[in-house]
Ligand binder design. Structure first.
Ligand SMILES: Nc1nc2c(c(=O)[nH]1)N[C@H]1C(S)=C(S)[C@@H](COP(=O)(O)OP(=O)(O)OC[C@H]3O[C@@H](n4cnc5c(=O)[nH]c(N)nc54)[C@H](O)[C@@H]3O)O[C@H]1N2
Ligand SMILES: Nc1nc2c(c(=O)[nH]1)N[C@H]1C(S)=C(S)[C@@H](COP(=O)(O)OP(=O)(O)OC[C@H]3O[C@@H](n4cnc5c(=O)[nH]c(N)nc54)[C@H](O)[C@@H]3O)O[C@H]1N2
Ligand code: SF4
Ligand SMILES: [Mo]
Length: 695
């Protein structure tokens, strides 16, 4: 009789770009394959729960379409026609193109282009070491976080808030502008715990009845880009009805009297006209948070992807300072914990070679950069070489028509290091196969929680797939770029980074699986004062003094309102473009990742547009029929779906489906804009005026 195969379970970390950064338990079947993936029960934030797409990770890591060998392009740009070459040839060709561009156009003509396909700190950010040593064009990350982080830090002075596990001790959890059921499932774990154990109320604030709104006790369905008006009216009611904590305001905030006077005219009636909510809803919400001291405001990214997004994030955050919720366990606000880890990333990123004079190009404006827009290029040389890791810009970046035009340039050399034949990979001149997280070492910090975590290599990579760090080190060697970080084992980089940052050693991390970095109650609740020098929360931030401002001011920041307000700069519908479109994430894709896995494809179906029945009728459309959708940027084709869980005049397209899944081959980001959102940049993905026509 054969002995039963013993499947080992090993710890890991989900590397995808998700605030949950879940601690995983992976069934390792043999040196090459995995079985089921579960959430770690013993991690206090993950608490045994992960999303469905990662639970079935075997279908992604063992996918038959994984890239296995380096290749070079044989057909026209974007055709996806390649022939197999050796690693040596792939790296030689790439390095030669980089050296040639540098010689002819200067080092800034090379643009290392990366993002958070893996959130591993070594494999994600190591490309910056090459950039700094060689003085290639810098990379200003504007696709995701700027508006939300900047808006939150404007109030607190720091990117950190109340322990996310404390949600379980709240009496009211306000889930604002994040579809947590889909995008960060653990928020729901802790919020629902509070509901079960303490009868806590869950409030959700969104622009359509998504899966999170459906679970809420109070669902506030407002018009896109109007959260600032809602926040002002809520604070108006709090002052009017004696629900503001005046002692807290006096001790902890910068200008409470000025705020109160300013809010006099921001009545619920005023906000109702702007938001489309009714006065009773606004007052009920204000009274709930005003009388429930243990209210936890969980502020998401979604509502900041508007042209007034940073201002709205700040306005929503201000409510917690008016009620004084921060003083109470289970009360206060949270967006992201990036500020608690204080990692010394000098070795990883080569910061000893940092040169502030080198230009930095905006990630989200890649279409403009590659098509020669002088402002986007900061009046510098053209970009002649792109080296892409961990991102899929041809699919995920705004102004897709420009992006594709840029990638199609015959004089642009593109090297892509990828796991799959993505839409960006198809445009590569040299395409290199990448490992997945269980095939390499790295460490992770959780944006939505408080752990530093270790993810070890658990299995061998298929074919010739190689990790990011190896590829960057091999390029560095060929380019004559010198830094001790190149060629160092990843584990040694992790160990040194942890020690320098005061978090112990790699051996300790390995023994404990994660480090709990949660600051004390006093620190997380800002009991001794907020992070500005005077300890005061800012109702009236000086945007140029927000810590984020060091990276430069962007967009029409000088006309931002000084105090929380409705800043009417979103793209207003008009007769030519009568509807507002948001491009909200879908549950089974993660940005463009997982669009290759059968389980996710089955659940998401094809690209569609959710529209109010009245609008379907008004524009002569039909359920299930294809329609052409256009914005000032471009056009795409979507299938119409009836949906009455949104306000008339608003439409939602969920998920970033592959461009090729849309009839005509243009993806959803043909509609979106790379406009700079004030004051720190960022793309207004959910702020588009559009028309819809039957085809
Ligand atoms: N399943 C899944 N998970 C993901 C992702 C994914 O694509 N799919 N993406 C990952 C990434 S990179 C990120 S940054 C996070 C983002 O996750 P979230 O913080 O959840 O942000 P979004 O998903 O952009 O939007 C959340 C919600 O905001 C709504 N919204 C849009 N405009 C407004 C507005 O003006 N006001 C209000 N109140 N709501 C508005 C959207 O309709 C959406 O329902 O999720 C991560 N997790
Ligand atoms: N319409 C619309 N567009 C959006 C958004 C939206 O809400 N609406 N959201 C925006 C947001 S918030 C974000 S963050 C961006 C994200 O957009 P991207 O940064 O492009 O993220 P993904 O689409 O997940 O693509 C990550 C890629 O990295 C690859 N990858 C993963 N791990 C590794 C690795 O270890 N090595 C290498 N070499 N490659 C790896 C994956 O295979 C995948 O193709 O999209 C933005 N685009
Ligand atoms: S919820 Fe987010 S972090 Fe957790 S497993 Fe899913 S994608 Fe990964
Ligand atoms: Mo993101």
């Amino acid at each position: 009789m054969n002995a039963p195969v013993r499947i080992k379970t090993r710890p890991s970390v989900c590397p995808h770009d998700c605030p949950s950064a879940c601690a995983l338990e992976v069934e390792v079947i043999d040196g090459r394959s995995i079985g089921r993936v579960r959430g770690a029960e013993d991690n206090s934030y993950t608490a045994g729960v992960i999303c469905a797409k990662v639970a079935r990770y075997a279908e992604r890591i063992h996918h038959p379409d994984r890239l296995l060998h380096p290749m070079k392009r044989t057909g026209p740009k974007g055709s996806g026609q390649f022939e197999r070459i050796s690693w040596r040839e792939a790296l030689d060709l790439t390095a030669a193109a980089m050296l040639k561009a540098e010689a002819e156009f200067g080092a800034e003509s090379v643009w290392p282009y990366y993002y958070a396909g893996t959130m591993g700190r070594v494999q994600r950010d190591g490309i910056n070491r090459l950039r700094h040593v060689k003085k290639y064009s810098g990379f200003y990350q504007t696709i995701c976080i700027n508006t939300a982080w900047g808006g939150f830090m404007a109030g607190t002075g720091k990117l950190a808030g109340v322990d996310p596990r404390e949600m379980a001790k709240s009496d009211c959890v306000v889930i604002w502008g994040t579809n947590a059921v889909a995008t960060q499932v653990n928020v729901m774990t802790h919020a629902i715990h509070a509901r079960k154990e303490r009868g806590a109320k869950i409030v959700a604030i969104d622009i359509y009845m998504n899966d999170t709104m459906k679970q809420a006790d109070m669902a506030l369905l407002l018009r896109p880009g109007t959260d600032g008006a809602l926040a002002c009216a809520v604070m108006h009611v709090l002052f009017r009805e004696g629900l503001a904590d005046r002692a807290y305001l006096a001790r902890y905030t910068d200008c409470p009297q000025e705020l109160e006077a300013h809010l006099q005219s921001r009545t619920p009636e005023w906000a109702a006209a702007i938001t489309g909510l009714n006065v009773a809803e606004i007052e009920a919400f204000a009274r709930l948070v005003g009388t429930t001291k243990k209210t936890y405001f969980r502020l998401g990214y979604g509502f900041s992807r508007q042209r007034n997004g940073a201002a709205n994030m700040h306005a929503a955050l201000c409510i917690s300072a008016v009620t004084g919720a921060w003083l109470h366990e289970g009360g206060g606000a949270f967006h992201n914990n990036g500020g608690i880890y204080h990692l010394h990333t000098g070795l990883i990123e080569g910061l000893d070679h940092y040169d502030p004079k080198v230009r930095r190009l905006e990630q989200a404006a890649i279409g403009r950069v590659l098509t020669g827009d002088a402002f986007a290029l900061r009046n510098g040389p053209p970009v002649k070489v792109l080296v892409v890791q961990n991102t899929n810009p041809v699919n995920v970046c705004p102004e897709q028509d420009l992006v594709r035009q840029g990638f199609a340039r015959e004089d642009l050399f593109v090297a892509v290091h990828e796991q799959f034949m993505t839409e960006t990979a198809k445009y590569a001149d040299v395409l290199m196969p990448a490992t997945m997280f269980m095939e390499h070492d790295d460490f992770y910090t959780g944006g939505g929680h408080m752990h530093i975590m270790l993810g070890r290599k658990l299995i061998d990579a298929p074919g010739e797939a190689r990790e990011n760090h190896w590829v960057i080190s091999e390029l560095a060697r060929r380019l004559g770029a010198e830094h001790r970080g190149f060629g160092m084992p990843v584990s040694a980089i992790i160990d040194e980074t942890l020690q320098k940052s005061g978090w112990g050693t790699l051996a300790e991390l390995e023994a404990n699986k994660w480090i709990v970095c949660q600051p004390s109650f006093e620190t997380a609740h800002y009991i001794k004062g907020f992070a500005y020098q005077d300890g005061k929360f800012r109702f009236k931030p000086d945007w140029e003094k927000v810590p984020y401002a060091k990276d430069g001011m962007m967009g029409p920041w000088q006309s931002m309102p000084r105090l929380p307000d409705h800043w009417a700069v979103t793209e207003a519908p008009d007769s030519a473009y009568p509807l507002k479109l948001a491009t909200s994430p879908s549950r089974s894709f993660l940005n463009s990742t997982f669009s290759e896995t059968p389980g996710s494809q089955k659940r998401e179906g094809g690209p569609s547009l959710m529209m109010h029945p009245d609008d379907i009728e008004r524009y002569g459309l039909a359920e299930g029929a294809e329609a052409l959708v256009g914005s000032p940027r471009g056009e795409t084709v979507l299938t119409i779906r009836r949906f009455d869980g949104l306000q008339p005049g608003v439409a939602i397209a969920e998920g970033i489906h592959p461009n090729g899944a849309h009839k005509g081959g243009k993806g959803i980001n043909a509609l979106t804009d790379a406009a700079q959102v004030a004051p720190f940049g960022g793309a207004p993905f959910h702020d588009n005026k559009v028309w819809v026509r039957a085809v």
